[in-house]
Design a protein around this ligand. Structure first.
Ligand SMILES: *Cc1c(COP(=O)(O)O)cnc(C)c1O
Length: 390
């Protein structure tokens, strides 16, 4: 007998057409001379590495960036041969031989890792593809200007072991105009430090600095490749980025060129009539002021649906907004469907995304408008099944 697959309480749909559109748009923005690299750290921003990576490959992406070796391992299991992977942060020296064998490139931001890369390459009889990260003012990781002569010497002396895949840096918050001067300063430092590689006769295959916000706000930062995270998933890095793009005529007010790839769906598992004067759910936080119809949905804070949305959140049922009433439970929310008389057990429920004319945005999950997209997305649990839709 074939193994039976049970139906999950909720699932996350990934839209192929939305992703295609985003990638086409972002590629157009950076032009033909800059390569599109898809950043899939944080479980592909909650979209799920195992489902998202092959989907992005089908949309023409052949280059991905992860934060650490554990994510790279997951990506390796699902990528096609020839698809490139880079590790931007954490890889242990003990894992370098493995990364070499898998043809993964990695960031190098200190002398220990630089030497370890040479050693691993020599032992494997294979050149290590590395990205030299430069400290230009972010003050997190990277070689400082004073290190550079020594870095360049080591790279030159070990050309048979080191393949200079990139020379790169990262900006300290290009999504906020408040950081404008700091970004300009970083660009100046990056240009100066990059110049030293050129002057030394080294030819890194790519200079790169931009993430979504930098690429969309400061086109001069796109260089040879852009590490696109949030924008490919259909979100602007911040409202400021979007407004700036509208003001300089890149996008129009009515038509957002980015489309959200992800929709989180569930369904109604029970309906209840509640009389006036009764409370709904745990405790007394919701009192029915009139005869109320309550729908029960099998999603709760275990699935990342925040308890802060108790008596505050909304879901979509039959194209209407239904408010969450009562407390968010571990595995259940209750919503008021009194205004949607046709609603019934089995109806589709949209928790994040569009249904009919309405949309529940990811940012409506919190009152912190700016950084919330990143954090909320990444909190979507690994266990929720992902479904690819056209
Ligand atoms: C996360 C990350 C990115 C992508 O950033 P977005 O703002 O999501 O586009 C690019 N580069 C580095 C080094 C990162 O850590």
């Amino acid at each position: 007998m074939a193994p039976h697959a049970v139906t999950a309480g909720s699932f996350i749909e990934l839209s192929t057409s939305a992703l295609k559109r985003n990638i086409i748009y972002l590629k157009k923005r950076i032009g033909p001379h800059s390569r599109f690299v898809s950043v899939i750290k944080g479980n592909a921003y909650g979209h799920g590495i195992e489902d998202y990576l092959p989907l992005a490959e089908r949309c023409g992406v052949r280059s991905f960036a992860v934060s650490d070796a554990a994510e790279a391992e997951r990506a390796c299991r699902v990528r096609q041969s020839g698809t490139e992977l880079m590790i931007m942060n954490m890889i242990d020296t003990a894992d370098l031989a493995w990364a070499l064998e898998q043809e993964i490139s990695w960031y190098v931001f200190d002398f220990d890792r630089l030497q370890a890369s040479v050693d691993a390459a020599r032992a494997a009889g294979k050149r290590a593809s590395i990205h030299i990260e430069l400290e230009t003012g972010f003050n997190r990781t990277g070689f400082v200007p004073d290190d550079l002569d020594r870095v360049i010497d080591i790279c030159r002396d070990n050309e048979q072991y080191l393949d200079l895949a990139g020379v790169c840096t990262h900006f300290a918050g290009a999504e906020s105009i408040a950081n404008y001067f700091r970004i300009q300063e970083q660009r100046t430092v990056f240009a100066r430090m990059s110049g030293q590689f050129k002057a030394a006769g080294l030819h890194p295959r790519a200079y790169h600095a931009a993430s979504s916000a930098a690429a969309l706000t400061y086109p001069e930062t796109t260089h040879d490749l852009v590490r696109f995270g949030i924008a490919q998933y259909g979100f602007w890095p911040s409202i400021e980025t979007r407004v700036q793009n509208m003001m300089n005529g890149e996008t129009r007010f009515f038509k957002d060129p980015l489309t959200q790839v992800l929709t989180w769906k569930s369904r109604v598992i029970a309906c209840q009539q509640v009389r006036t004067g009764e409370h709904v759910g745990y405790g007394t936080s919701y009192l029915a002021q009139q005869p109320t119809t309550v729908a029960v949905i099998p999603v709760g804070y275990y699935h990342g649906y925040s308890r802060n949305l108790s008596n505050l959140g909304h879901v979509l049922i039959r194209g209407h907004k239904a408010p969450v009433i009562g407390m968010v439970n571990m595995n259940i929310i209750t919503v008021d469907i009194t205004g949607i008389p046709a609603a019934a057990v089995g109806d589709e429920v949209v928790i994040i995304g569009k249904q009919g004319r309405h949309r529940i945005t990811v940012s409506s999950f919190s009152d912190l408008a700016n950084y919330v997209n990143y954090e909320m997305l990444i909190r979507l649990p690994y266990e929720i099944p992902r479904k690819i839709v056209p």
